[in-house]
Ligand binder design. Sequence first.
Ligand code: PRP
Length: 220
Amino acid sequence: MSANQALVLAVPKGRILGELVPLLHRAGIRPEAAFADEDDRRLRFATDDPRIEIVRVRSFDVATFVAFGAAHLGVAGNDVIMEFDYPELYAPVDLGIGHCRLSVAEPAHLGAGDDPARWSHIRVATKYPAITRRHFAARGVQAECIKLSGAMELAPGLGLCQRIVDLVSSGATLTANDLVEVEVIAEVTSRLIVNRAALKTRPVEVSAWVDRFREAADAA
Ligand code: PRP
């Protein structure tokens, strides 16, 4: 990481972009036009500020790029931050975007008479095995996790398992797949994340960006 090189901000692709672009503008970052075009195949974008550029990656990979110092700053949900629990990450600002929740869901026919407090062993399909195991272990429930990368909502109907742990926003995906939410594990919003080594080696620049993101979030 040379001190003269532009800082790299990693952001997640997908539905967060609509909320992220106005926040970036408030923080003083105007990405080149291609950034807002989800069909553009580029992954690396200039901004109108030569001191910062943007890379667009999968939400889980934002945390990995920043933890390993390949990106100095990033935008990641606390679902992703909690799942990896990287010690190299510092998450100083709640950006107040990407509101959703991480929940346990199961088939509607099961949900009516089921009491999660009585579970002792469950099998769960999820993108979040670490959070899921931790959450259930804390109350003595053994959670056997089957790791999927998406489309968790299919798993109960196809007999892979009865429960899933996934993000819920409007609830439409659960409803469309005959599932009901039975427990909320965590409320989720996006946070600014920072590589701790970058904060030590380039403290003035990195702290200035942290302040600008904090002001941008407060101004919403
Ligand atoms: C997320 C999540 C659910 C869905 C929930 O997936 O995994 O499937 O959104 O949203 P809803 O409650 O408003 O229906 P997303 O569409 O972001 O795609 P992904 O599977 O690639 O993560």
